[in-house]
Design a protein around this ligand. Structure first.
Ligand SMILES: *Cc1c(COP(=O)(O)O)cnc(C)c1O
Length: 466
């Protein structure tokens, strides 16, 4: 490596650490528009080599000019994005520097073993069945896809059908059943797998958005043939948690496969205090969650867990081309558990986060976010004109202003423009609302209180006095 080779690395390191050090002070929303950014990044493809430091410098400028939101900062409460633990960023830097193909043991022994250990720790931490198989796809959507593919394999094999070889034409119909408030990525996985999303049976939910077990029993009674039931732990708006244990008991009577969408909410299982929320979770057949949300590792990293490793492997990789070494016991090949072939070592930051936080550290992170969420709810309830729309069970609050859609959207817009904090809007049961999602290790009580002040001022400006 020459000095010129090292220079862009040094520059990136300084830009990155400077960014992280100033994260709590920078404007939270992005301020540059598409036209400005296009000008910065666009123009014709350079006809020849340019200095690498100039290239990295350009990225620094895009950030300086407001091209990215401080989404991993302490007062970003939009979507469910999560922050990043310093140790996870550091591990991710090594992932890029080492540039390992994390597909086969033989391609990278240390990466394969670290991923295996991370998977075992996830099972232990969340209280999922020993012996379940674990994969690290790009996100929860791909974890759904992997899970439903494993379910499809098992249910159709039981009916004498080899879906991996023969596909779906002519196969027995697999019914997918989900709560009426399931996340849209369940539909995506159903589409990718050839089930289609149009046929998903939506089970009525209660007032909090949780699947009703009695209604599930009713739906299952009308269905013939293989069934996959998708339960949800953590509604993206309200944080509501389906009664998964009861759902599993009912589904079991119909030989149905139960898949759990626990993108962020499944981390509640790591907290002794919150664990009762997910009682019975271990009875399901597959689980999908994200590390890039509540575990606070960088994008992109999901986790898929399947209680039936043979079905999981059969759905992902059951034949190997001649140039791939045969699997060796004790040497885990990641390609058996995810849809990717070549892939980055995205599980390394997960290993690093779990190794550093330990069991108590993960529980503390999850509980702290929930406590801060409760603080939001309590403080916001004291602001005139604010209506709380959900029972706070996890890390999500929804509020509405002046019982009016226009006023609510106006308050959200004003808060977003404040630069102090960022919240997204949504529609909940037909009414406009503002979402609050607390999933960042950096967020403090002061951040919550400052943000509530901004919301209070916006409400005062938008709602007629009195
Ligand atoms: C974020 C989310 C997903 C999708 O996860 P990705 O990692 O974005 O693919 C699915 N379900 C729920 C409940 C989510 O919050």
């Amino acid at each position: 490596m020459t000095d010129a080779d090292m220079a862009p690395l040094d520059l990136a390191y300084h830009q990155a650490t400077e960014y992280l050090a100033g994260l709590a002070r920078r404007p939270v929303g992005a301020t540059a528009n598409a036209e400005q950014l296009l000008k910065m990044f666009g123009g014709p493809l350079p006809s020849g080599p340019q200095p690498a430091t100039e290239t990295i410098g350009l990225l620094g400028r895009a950030v300086a000019e407001g091209g990215i939101p401080a989404a991993s900062g302490p007062r970003y409460f939009g979507y469910v994005t999560g922050g990043t633990l310093p140790v996870a960023i550091a591990a991710d830097w090594l992932v890029a520097a080492w540039d390992q193909t994390a597909s086969l043991y033989n391609l990278s022994p240390a990466i394969a073993v670290a991923e295996h250990v991370a998977g075992q720790w996830v099972l232990e931490l969340l209280g999922l069945p020993e012996g379940a198989s674990v994969g690290f796809p790009t996100g929860c959507t791909m974890a759904h896809l992997t899970s439903l593919a494993a379910a499809r394999h098992q249910l159709l094999a039981r009916a004498g059908w080899d879906v991996e070889r023969d596909g779906l034409p002519g196969a027995p119909r697999v019914h997918i059943v989900a709560g009426a408030q399931h996340h849209m990525t369940i539909d995506l996985a159903a589409r990718y797998l050839g089930f289609g999303s149009g046929g998903i049976h939506n089970v009525p939910v209660d007032g909090r958005g949780r699947m009703r077990p009695d209604a599930l029993a009713g739906t299952l009674a009308t269905l013939d043939g293989p069934v996959i039931v998708c339960a949800q732990v953590g509604d993206v708006n309200s944080g509501a948690v389906d009664p998964v244990g009861e759902i599993c008991d009912i589904a079991r009577r119909h030989d149905a496969w139960v898949h759990v969408d626990g993108a962020f909410g499944l981390w509640a299982a790591a907290s002794p205090r919150l664990r009762p929320l997910v009682t019975g979770i271990e009875k399901a057949d597959s689980w999908a969650l994200d590390a890039h949300k509540w575990l606070n590792v960088p994008y992109d990293c999901g986790i898929v867990v399947v209680a039936h490793p043979e079905a999981h492997r059969a759905a992902m990789l059951n034949e190997r081309a001649g140039y791939l070494p045969a699997g060796t016991p004790g040497e885990r090949d990641a390609i058996e558990w995810v849809p990717d072939f070549s892939r980055r070592a995205r599980s390394l930051p997960v290993w690093a986060a779990l190794r550093t936080l330990g069991r108590a550290g993960v529980a503390e992170l999850v509980e702290r976010c929930c406590d801060l969420t409760a603080r939001f709810a309590e403080r916001l309830a004291g602001v005139p004109g604010v209506e709380l729309l959900n029972e706070v069970v996890l890390n999500q609050v929804m509020v509405r202003f002046g019982d009016d859609d226009t006023a609510t959207r106006e308050v959200v817009a004003r808060v977003q423009e404040s630069g102090v904090c960022w919240f997204g809007g949504t529609v909940w049961q037909g009414r406009a609302a503002m979402r609050v999602s607390v999933v960042n290790w950096r967020t403090t009580e002061e951040d919550v209180d400052r943000s509530v002040d901004v919301i209070r001022n916006a409400v005062l400006a938008v709602l007629p006095a009195g």
